[in-house]
Design a protein around this ligand. Structure first.
Ligand code: ADP
Length: 662
């Protein structure tokens, strides 16, 4: 099938030809055969780089109305936005802040790119543009199996189908074990394929050799491993050096931020031939962003053609590393697994050094799907003759790695909706948004979710009773028994507080914490209430991501808490969880210093957090302070401190953190 056969405008056909697309890849042709350009629902479960973007574009360009493209991550939204904006004759909008937003800002474009959270939030805030949608494309739909994002995605899809009856749904998935489940849920045709434009061989390293799944092998010159060296790191370094010598770029995956930086240091010190890639310009761009130790280390590595990438970096640094790699100004990126779930950074060779990760309780093997996503990054279409992925093992582990990740397929995608927390959030939101006014109506809506499709025999009414009672206990919902018709049709209504919580896009538990905080503040002597008070309240909510508390910091944070005890709404002896309470105090103190004008450099140094952590803490705190203010207004409480603390913190834009003006 050729581009000239496609039912799109001549200008669009020309655009494809100009970008080197003449003939459709087999999975693309299969999607067209399945009706993706005729309004049919299609699920495409195909490997990375097999051309999903074109499939999505065909659906959106041929739809009889506006289209929505749902991405899992903000960084991906920008990438997709840029690619759709090149389509001739099409207007594209983007909305990526994860949180609350004006309801209508997404209307009026041919294509809107947004995160699932953004769409969910827009729906809760009464957006009517979703009713006009003719086509919804869901990228990375296998994330339905993720703990928090999965339930949001399935409830949002179920709601969208209700709000825009007959809307075409196109879902793009990595190769998973049960794509047919997703397809039958969405009443879609399934296009499933393992075809890739560049061949990929995957192998396991052990004891000086890599054995690949195509029967070939590669000798790796690890040299003598010194007493203070680790064989897996030395093997990784040798594999990277070998690829770079042959002119290919590499991605090396390790388990933690610290390991990513340590490997980058090791590679920078090595006599790598990455100099061909290294760039003083990139280094200068990195130090232009800020002057933290992280930036200096990253810049020094970049000069030698080495990058690192993890969540502790500010988003601007992450974007710079990704772009420099795509422009061949970096020979290698040492990354945590999150890079594999993000933007497009294909490489000749992928080396996965760490196949285990600390879960907070124990070391656990990485999911197969995640490892396959990393390996799938190997081999750049049109540029590399082939791609190679190497899992680093040793004599003891090699066989297990082979069985687990090379021979076996990925896991099945399973709904996470019945997690009580997820259900609380979504039950409140469907009631508050007016989609359901009784338990029966909620159950009816839940019946359209992926969960109900996967587990048709599970009766959710018992769970719904519990969740509704919990929400009522939090003052967010009222439950009115409906005469003699039994529990299943009890009337449900959101309280004013419940509506505010839903619209502000905070979890019900966060709403309850904020309410508690507001009431305590009302009873405190006015002279004790300050920005630290409001920050203390929001930092103790579950929507504020926690922080780490070093042993040496503990005493210092405790002293700070004691000194400022009068300003906090919760005393240490009243905290349910002392450790979490201390972490909240630490965060509140960090944010208070930020508000006072402390630089990111100082905070990173003083609190041993990554610059990227400061960025995300500030952004989250600003959002939660806004929610606190809205709840205080709903309660009619004379509490203004949330808004003034928010202003002091500085406004945050969707593109990152803006420093407060002072
Ligand atoms: P993914 O499936 O990972 O989303 P993309 O849609 O980004 O993959 O496509 C990967 C690359 O392949 C892009 O550079 C794209 O331009 C190119 N490509 C897609 N379809 C074709 C085709 N039919 N012929 C040639 N190149 C193509």
């Amino acid at each position: 099938m050729y581009v000239r056969d496609l039912p799109v405008s001549a200008a669009v056909r020309e655009h494809y030809r100009a970008s080197g697309i003449e003939e459709l890849y087999p999975p693309q042709a299969a999607a067209v055969d399945a009706g993706v350009a005729r309004g049919e629902n299609v699920v495409a479960a195909i490997p990375t780089a097999s051309g999903k973007t074109l499939i999505a574009e065909l659906a959106m360009l041929t739809a009889a109305g506006p289209a929505l493209y749902i991405v899992p991550l903000r960084a991906l939204a920008r990438e997709k936005y840029e690619s759709f904006a090149e389509l001739p004759g099409v207007s594209v909008g983007i909305s990526t802040g994860d949180f609350d937003s004006p309801a209508e800002e997404l209307g009026g474009e041919d294509i809107v790119v947004a995160t699932a959270e953004k769409v969910d939030s827009a729906i809760r805030n009464g957006a009517t543009w979703v009713e006009e949608l003719a086509c919804v494309v869901v990228d990375e739909v296998h994330l339905l199996g993720r703990e928090r994002r999965g339930p949001t995605l399935e409830v949002t899809l179920a709601t969208l189908q209700r709000r825009a009856p007959g809307v075409q749904i196109v879902a793009l998935s990595a190769t998973v074990d049960n794509p047919e489940d997703i397809a039958s849920w969405l009443d879609a045709d399934l296009v499933e394929s393992t075809w890739r434009p560049v061949s990929l061989r995957t192998g396991v390293y052990a004891d000086g050799d890599v054995d690949f799944d195509d029967g070939s092998s590669l000798a790796v010159d690890v040299g003598t491993v010194g007493a203070d060296e680790e064989e897996d790191t030395e093997a990784t370094a040798a594999l990277v050096a070998d690829a770079i010598d042959a002119g290919g770029q590499c991605l090396a995956f390790v388990r933690s931020r610290r390991e990513a930086e340590a490997l980058a240091t090791r590679l920078t010190a090595a006599d790598l031939d990455a100099g061909a890639f290294g760039s003083a310009d990139v280094a200068a761009e990195i130090t232009d962003v800020d002057d933290t130790g992280t930036a200096r280390r990253l810049a020094a590595a970049a000069e030698a053609g080495v990058g690192f990438h993890h969540a502790g970096l500010v988003s601007e640094h992450r974007a710079l590393v990704e772009a420099a790699f795509r422009d061949r100004e970096l020979g290698v990126i040492c990354a945590t697994p999150t890079l594999a779930a993000g933007v497009n950074v294909p490489a000749r060779r992928v080396v996965v050094r760490d196949l285990q990760r600390y879960t907070g309780e124990e070391m656990a093997m990485l999911p197969v799907l995640e490892v396959h996503q990393m390996c799938g990054r190997a081999g750049r279409p049109h540029l590399d003759p082939y791609g190679e992925a190497v899992l680093v093992g040793d004599e003891r582990t090699a066989e297990d790695l082979w069985e687990r990740y090379v021979d076996a397929g990925p896991e099945a995608v399973e709904s996470q909706l019945t997690a009580r927390e997820a259900l609380r959030t979504h039950v409140l939101s469907v009631v508050a948004s007016g989609f359901a006014d009784s338990k029966a109506a909620v159950l009816d809506l839940l019946d359209a979710t992926f969960f109900a499709h996967q587990s048709p025999d599970v009766d959710l009414s018992g769970l719904l009773d519990t969740v509704a009672d919990e929400l009522a206990g939090m003052e967010l919902l009222t439950v009115a028994p409906d005469g003699d018709s039994g529990g299943a049709s009890d009337a449900l209504a959101a309280t004013d507080l419940g509506s505010t919580v839903s619209r502000q896009y905070v979890r019900p538990e966060t709403g309850a914490r904020l309410l508690e905080g507001i009431r305590t503040i009302e009873s405190m002597p006015a002279e004790n209430v300050g920005p630290l008070t409001a920050l203390g309240v929001v930092c103790a909510t579950p929507d504020m991501r926690g922080t780490y508390l070093g042993n040496r910091e503990r005493a210092d944070v405790y002293r700070f808490a004691t000194r400022h005890a009068a300003a906090f709404t919760t005393a240490s002896e009243d905290a349910d969880d002392f450790e979490a309470w201390l972490c909240a105090v630490k965060l509140a103190r960090l944010l208070d210093e930020w508000s006072e004008g402390a630089t990111i450099e100082t905070l990173v140094e003083r609190y041993r957090v990554g610059p990227g952590d400061v960025e995300s803490h500030v952004e989250r705190a600003a959002w939660l302070l806004g929610a606190g203010d809205a709840l205080a207004a709903t309660l009619d409480a004379d509490v203004r401190i949330f808004e003034s603390a928010r202003q002091r913190l500085g406004s945050t834009g969707t593109d990152g953190v803006q420093r407060p003006s002072r």
